[in-house]
Design a protein around this ligand. Sequence first.
Ligand SMILES: Nc1ncnc2c1ncn2[C@@H]1O[C@H](COP(=O)(O)OP(=O)(O)OP(=O)(O)O)[C@@H](O)[C@H]1O
Ligand SMILES: [Mg+2]
Length: 420
Amino acid sequence: MKQNIFAGLDLGTTKVCAIIAEKKENGSFDILGFGSSPSVGLSKGMVVNIAKTAEAIVEAMSIARNKAGIDITEVNVGVAGEHIKIMRYLNYVTINNPEREVTQLELDRLHADVKMVQISEEKQIIHIIPEQFTIDNHIKVDNPIGMAGQRLEAAHNVVMAATTALTNIRKSVERAGYSVKNFILQPIASSLSVLEDEETDVGVALIDIGGGTTDMAVFEEKRIKHTKVIGIAGNMVTNDIRESLGIVTAEAEKLKREHGYTHESAIIRDQEIFIKRVGARGNIKIPTSLLTQIIHARMKELFEILNLELEDSKNKEKLKAGIVLTGGGSMLKGCVELAEEVFGVPARIGYPIDLTPGLSSEIGKPEYATVVGLIKNIPGNEDEGSEVTEIEPEIKQEKKKKDSGASKLMKRIIQFFDEL
Ligand SMILES: Nc1ncnc2c1ncn2[C@@H]1O[C@H](COP(=O)(O)OP(=O)(O)OP(=O)(O)O)[C@@H](O)[C@H]1O
Ligand SMILES: [Mg+2]
């Protein structure tokens, strides 16, 4: 496989996508091929069926390869799921050269030291991302090369994933006939395709609402500061509709996409919708506002959990550029309005940018944010996976709500239909 050819594979809960691109001399990427296939082998972002995942990879990759007319052997693969942890690691080196000047050697020594950090066998490092350097205890810089000093301190973000989750991904990719070049944290990939440089500089939270998981990542000063993956996403909204209205999943999904609103202000006219119900329960008409209540309750719960996480982790004040929503789940009408209401900061939808002309209509959609980012230059990849002592991860556990607003509302709606 040619050195300037890159392939990315996004193993999502609802779809597997493949992308093949060529890196041009000016550093930009030309997308040569793209393919997508429905996914049934994953749950909440993790592989639960290797054979089915491999089948979907074969299909998506062959569509992409046919379009590109290129043979592919290795791929960058996105990783997400509640097993992801980020640890902040601080270390230092003394600057020994006669000029007392920071060189690449000092940075390499710091990086090598981070790689030696001991973590439990259940985890593996996928990225070591430098966050900030401090020279002689007071000068803080992003890039210290060429600066004079005696002692260089560094803060690195160490991104870790469960070894078993990575092994299952690797097995699926290999069964499909490819090898894994790099594992890449999905929110990092999505950020590279939908965020503007200024946003990651001044401070932004990227929220990727997928089918099985919602991934949030906070960026400031062009670095990832915090990440969180939670198991509430688009499929749960569909499931609420299905259970509340007593309809099949396909009908609930159709209802959500065609008539679903996240926020009442997004309803233009409160129309009546005709719905087909299962078995002898009969067909009924419901007002759009009832559907909105079901969707609103779950989406509000999702945003409130994320908002609490931002506040607890002291990241809320970083969001000077607001919130960017992406992933298929962000396509629900009214998502931006609800996000602005709950988070209290401006929000927008993130579409993949800088695409090869002609491809925007096919892949310029929020659901392809991750796969488009997988071909970009990812900072701090750890391709050979280091063995690393248990250190308390920086990320706190998600606050569990006993009986959420969404489930209370669902119970009321189910009761309403039963009484009917
Ligand atoms: N137009 C739309 N309106 C509402 N929801 C939509 C729309 N298009 C897609 N979705 C929802 O987006 C979700 C899928 O999003 P996406 O393709 O980003 O997920 P994924 O990457 O497969 O999953 P994950 O990232 O969770 O592993 C589904 O729940 C689907 O219902
Ligand atoms: Mg996804």
